[in-house]
Unconditional design. Structure first.
Length: 206
């Protein structure tokens, strides 16, 4: 205190003004620091611009993934529908071909009858030869479609490919239940029967 008074007196005697002493309010300083801390904490709690962009990007990715899944599902359903359509078309084509082939078999039947009639005549050599050539050509065309005659005479009777229309007596047990004659030839395409062969089946003690 004495030193401060001496300084004041010295300043007064010399005509110089005493330096001003600023008193800092510590309560205001503490409030300023607290406000600064709250501002920093608030800034940290709020999402930054980059975080907002990342959130938007993640949402877009989820939406895109959903669209991709929908596209895959739609593509799979389309492929299944297209496969079903192809199978239906193939079946329709097969039905049409079967109908055509069955109708053509009637032509072979008529040629066979003509050959049998020509064979009973001695003066029909040229007719017989011509009809046989036409029939052979026609059969060759059918074979090109995969159609072939069903084996019958001498074969064991098979209800899958043979249709029994009559029974004929046979003498031996080996001939029983075998095809003894053909009433109408049967045909198949691949492993599928177009028309069963109408046959006579051997039977002992009729």
């Amino acid at each position: 205190m004495e030193s401060r008074q001496q300084d004041n007196e010295r300043s007064t005697s010399t005509g110089e003004s005493a330096p001003t002493v600023k008193v800092v309010d510590r309560r205001w300083w503490a409030r300023s620091e607290a406000d600064a801390g709250e501002s920093a904490e608030s800034a940290q709690s709020k999402p930054t611009y980059v975080e907002e962009l990342e959130a938007r990007l993640a949402e877009k990715d989820r939406m895109l993934q959903g669209y991709v899944e929908q596209f895959k599902t739609a593509t799979a359903e389309f492929d299944q529908a297209r496969a079903r359509g192809r199978r239906e078309v193939a079946r329709e084509v097969e039905r049409g071909r079967r109908t055509l082939l069955v109708d053509l078999l009637d032509v072979i039947d008529n040629l066979d009858r003509a050959l049998e009639a020509a064979e009973s005549r001695t003066d029909a050599g040229s007719l017989l030869q011509g009809v046989r050539m036409v029939r052979d050509q026609f059969v060759s065309k059918l074979e090109g479609y995969g159609v072939r005659a069903i084996a019958a005479v001498g074969e064991p009777f098979d209800p899958a490919v043979h249709e029994a229309v009559s029974l004929v007596p046979v003498e031996s047990s080996e001939q029983e239940d075998r095809v003894a004659g053909v009433v109408r030839r049967g045909y198949q395409i691949g492993d599928e029967v177009l028309r069963p062969a109408q046959v006579a089946v051997g039977r002992r003690s009729i």
